[in-house]
Structures are given as C-alpha cells and as structure tokens.
Design a protein around this ligand. Structure first.
Ligand SMILES: [Fe+2]
Ligand SMILES: [Fe+2]
Length: 258
C-alpha cells in the first residue's frame, strides 16, 4: 500500500504568473493521489489573487488541501480568500484535519499555518512586554492546535502540513538572524506528539529541502524556490524501501523516502 503525495508551497500567484503551474498539474493523476499546498499561495492575500489560485489549483483530478501562509494574511482578507479557495473545491486547514480515502489507504492530513518563535536555545520567551507574550502565545496556540489535530485523526498514514518550519534543518541557507521568524520548535514538538509519517512546510525560500524533527519525523521544505519544480512527490506506505515510509504503528526507525 502506497499513498502518493504531491506538494508545493510559496507559489505566490497573482495575475502575472497564473497558469505557469497548470500544465504540470494536469499530469498529477499519473503520479499522485493528493496535492498539498504549504501556504503563501498569493503575493498579498487579496481576493483577486485568491481567484488566481482557484483558477490554477481548482478542478484538478486529485484532491487539493492547503494551509495559508503569512502572505495570504497581508491584506486582512482571509475569510474572502478562504471562501474563494473552498468554492473551488480546495480544502483549507487551520488547526484541523481531513482524512482522504486513497487507493493506498486512509491519508490523514493535519494543517496549521504556524508561526515564528525560533528553535531550542535561540527562541523567544513569553516574558516581559504584553507584545512579547502575545507573540509567544500565538506560537504556542498554533502548535497546540496542530498537535491536537494530528492526534485526532483516524487514518493509516499521517501527514503534517504547515507554512512555518517545525525544524531549523530546512532553513539552512537563510540568514541565521531571521530563523525566529521562519518557524518554531513548538511545531516540531506537536509533530512528534503523534505518529506523523511526513511533515511538509514552506516559507523558507532560501532554505533547503530535507530535515528531521527531534523525534525522527522526516521534514521536507517544499517552497517552490527550493524544490524548483511544480511539485515534489513523496510516497508513504508499508512496503519499505528508499522512497516510502512505514504506516502508523510500524517502526519509525525504518522510515525513509525521497
Ligand atoms: Fe513565501
Ligand atoms: Fe511565507
């Protein structure tokens, strides 16, 4: 049993670039059961740009599941953006999950945008000014919602989808000074609190593709500027080899894929 997951993030669509992904997307059914989008679908989060996203990713032959990114929040039109996407048949996750019946089993996807905060030893703490406490509270609440969603799903394979990174590994290439604005260790803890098989994120345009949570879950940065293709495809399943991962309940130590 294998589930094939296509993923890309940070497509940053607007009227000028809509259409660039569509030819490759039409080929998705040949190589993937589902397409996951890791946020920053738009440039500035306008309803007009959301319509470009709907045009690009709507009506595909495979289910499309997304989280929003920080750019999708820029113009404070999140409800309108979400409605346009959902009207196009795209599932938008924020602190919740969905289970899809794929040919290879039930795929559970839990998603949250996430937030910054930094990583062990170099992270923000909720101390002092109310603004700092609010910053860290946002990080903590986002991670808690991801963990709760991950642990709630009844499925054969579990995937975490975020915009911000759960680990520093996939930020390599970004300036160290901005790591606290690119992700947080709390997201990694949430991912490790469930039998997650694969964690996908975007946001770090200058980062690298591969990482691992402290608990051993493989992390992939699928930001378009990183993967440099319309999407990457990950196989998760119970026939262990170099490009598949074990299903829930099997040894995590044998997990690997490309
Ligand atoms: Fe981005
Ligand atoms: Fe971003």
């Amino acid at each position: 049993m294998v589930i094939r997951i296509a993923a890309v993030g940070d497509v940053h669509l607007d009227e000028d670039v809509v259409g660039r992904f569509r030819p490759a997307l039409e080929e998705l059914p040949q190589c993937a059961d589902v397409l996951l989008l890791a946020g920053d679908l738009t440039r500035h989060g306008t309803e007009a740009e959301a319509r470009c996203v709907a045009e690009e990713f709507g009506g595909l032959a495979v289910p499309v599941v997304t989280v929003l990114g920080n750019h999708d929040h820029q113009c404070d039109q999140v409800p309108q953006v979400v409605k346009v996407l959902e009207d196009a048949g795209i599932t938008v996750l924020e602190g919740n999950g969905v289970v899809l019946d794929c040919a290879g089993g039930r795929l559970g996807i839990a998603g949250v945008k996430g937030f910054g905060g930094g990583f062990a030893g170099r992270c923000a703490s909720g101390f002092g000014e109310p603004e700092m406490k609010a910053f860290v509270r946002t990080t903590n609440e986002s991670a808690e919602r991801l963990g709760t969603a991950l642990r709630s799903l009844d499925c054969d394979m579990l995937v975490a989808l975020t915009h911000y990174s759960p680990v520093p590994d996939t930020l390599a290439g970004e300036p160290l000074e901005i790591y606290p604005f690119l992700g947080s260790y709390q997201l990694g803890q949430a991912i490790d609190s469930a039998p997650t098989a694969l964690a996908l994120h975007g946001h770090a345009h200058a980062g690298t593709e591969r990482g691992t949570t402290p608990g051993g879950v493989r992390v992939r940065n699928v930001a378009h500027p990183v993967i440099k293709q319309a999407y990457s495809v990950f196989h998760v399943g119970d026939q262990l080899d170099t490009d598949q991962v074990s299903p829930i309940g099997q040894s995590g130590s044998q997990r690997s894929w490309s």
